[in-house]
Design a protein around this ligand. Structure first.
Ligand SMILES: [Zn+2]
Length: 376
């Protein structure tokens, strides 16, 4: 990412930018840290992939299939579950024109999950939406991990071991040029520049804010106008609307593939041999395949959990209704019993009243006496 990154919009619905600079090849690994569920999918063991009409297959060294994902071409298909988990909210009123994104999104929370810090910047998220955001991030992570593997290896570059870079004035600069990298993108540790394992998410209140103020983060107005979400490196922008769960997960799919995947999984992101495909009039390339799967799977997970919640609620409600009916029946039976008891006592001519009950605690003798005295 030397100097101004060479970025371009490669498809309309989701403007995913590509930084073609092969910066990762220059990093050396400080420690191997892979989070895998499918042990075969860890690290570099995925050495090739093949795309057929319906699926993308990932293979290991021996040619054995390690993982496969459905080939979802259209980004529209990502939003097939309309879960309505987020609602757009009003724009803030500004006293003066915002000059930095913090003016528009003044709050943040950090979700630390499996070695990655997800810094979520926002203005207006309800408590429920905040929890939902955390859930969506975790689900996207787990779904990606299930198919492939998350590579959380810390990668650093030092001034000594690179023939391309030098450290100048606290910045990492390309040798023999005046181009330097933004130090904000790195953690500096003992003279080494290391990649922070953090993802920054920016959630705007509505589409208008997203288009208007996303430019403060370096994105083009055109790219923002024509997209539902956008990502660059480890930065994600999206806005609150009913399908945001799928959009956020889709962008996370890009971020995981580009920054936390190893070997051929990452390469698929920028494979120049995959022809640009057309679907529903929108253009996209291979980078969309994995993102589409993550977006759709998270949408499905939310959809399933909403159905489960509502069926649990129905069971609880019907349980409450049953309890109510049982209570009514008990009352009714109680009333009938009381009636018969009263009827029987009336027939004997000795219906007790309140005082009688008190007196009945006394001995029979004194009862009789007191009772007589009272009456007379
Ligand atoms: Zn995308």
């Amino acid at each position: 990412m030397a100097g101004k990154p060479d970025i371009e919009i490669i498809q309309l619905l989701d403007a995913h930018y590509v930084d073609n600079h092969a910066r990762y090849d220059l990093f050396t690994s400080e420690s191997e840290l892979h989070d895998c569920r499918n042990p075969n999918a860890c690290g570099l063991s995925i050495t090739s992939y093949k795309i057929d009409n319906h699926n993308i297959h990932f293979y290991g060294n021996s040619g054995k299939e390690i993982s496969s994902i459905p080939k979802i071409q259209s980004s529209y298909a990502v939003h097939k579950y309309h879960n309505n988990l987020y609602q757009s909210s009003e724009s803030r009123n500004f006293d003066k024109v915002p000059v930095q994104v913090r003016d528009v999104l003044p709050y943040h929370f950090i979700l630390k999950y499996k070695g990655i810090d997800f810094i979520v910047n926002y203005d207006n998220l309800t408590a429920t939406e905040k929890e939902q955001t955390k859930k969506d991030i975790q689900n996207a992570y787990e779904i990606f991990k299930e198919k492939f593997c998350i590579d959380n290896t810390i990668k650093c570059i030092s001034d000594k071991d690179s023939e391309y870079y030098k450290i100048y004035d606290g910045k990492l600069c390309v040798k023999d040029t005046t181009t330097c990298m933004d130090p904000e993108g790195f953690i500096q540790d003992n003279g080494k520049f290391c990649e922070p394992r953090e993802v920054k998410v920016y959630i705007f209140n509505n589409k208008i804010d997203y288009s208007k103020y996303g430019t403060l983060l370096g994105f083009s107005k055109k790219g923002l106008d024509t997209s539902l979400g956008i990502s660059l490196g480890k930065k994600i922008l999206c806005y609150k609307y009913n399908d945001m769960d799928s959009t956020l997960a889709h962008e996370l799919g890009h971020v995981f593939q580009g920054n936390f995947a190893a070997g051929k999984v990452k390469e698929l992101d920028n494979d120049p041999n995959i022809p640009v495909l057309e679907d529903d009039g929108s253009k996209f390339d291979a980078s969309e395949f994995i993102a589409n799967v993550i977006g759709q799977e998270v949408g499905k997970k939310n959809h399933d959990s909403l159905i489960e919640d509502s069926s649990n609620r129905m069971n609880t409600n019907s349980g409450t209704e049953n309890n109510f009916i049982i209570e009514i029946l008990c009352c009714f039976i109680g009333l009938i019993a009381l009636f018969f008891w009263w009827k029987t006592s009336s027939d004997d001519g000795s219906a007790p009243h309140h005082e009688d009950q008190q007196l009945s605690l006394l001995s029979n003798e004194s009862y009789d006496k007191s009772y007589s005295d009272d009456i007379i």
